[in-house]
Design a protein around this ligand. Sequence first.
Ligand code: SF4
Ligand code: SF4
Length: 154
Amino acid sequence: MTAEPFWKSKTLDQMTPGEWESLCDGCGRCCLNKLEDEDTGEFLYTRAACKLLDIGTCRCTDYPNRHDKVPDCVALTPQNVSSLGWLPGTCAYRLLAEGKSLPWWHPLVSGRQATVDEAGITIKNEAYSEEGLSVDDLVDHIWRLPKPRRRRTT
Ligand code: SF4
Ligand code: SF4
């Protein structure tokens, strides 16, 4: 009998640090600036990414020191994931916290990082740096995150 993978057999707070980190699909969506609609509470994403994000790789360029340079960068934990309403619906941490499965394109499922691009989840080629933009400018950069593409079949 094949053992269930850790993301199916463990709760978020049972995972090792390595398992926890591997849940991140590297999409970069959470590193985009967001605006909150005061009337509806809805979070609106923008194409303006945090100044520390490498848009080409969707990775933080100074992950160990990010909280010194970007004080409002929120570290995800098993305790806070459920309360972060701005996390994208495609985020593995959010999906698992909501009792959902990882999708076909998640690298842990597909075995390939490229499926994040193939499903249109990555922000590569879509986002740009926030540098030079003021908070007031952000409303002109609102972006509705695309839904995941279907898996290609042959
Ligand atoms: S949205 Fe979730 S999966 Fe994507 S980069 Fe952020 S933490 Fe990782
Ligand atoms: S500091 Fe790094 S992890 Fe935090 S939002 Fe910016 S790019 Fe993302």
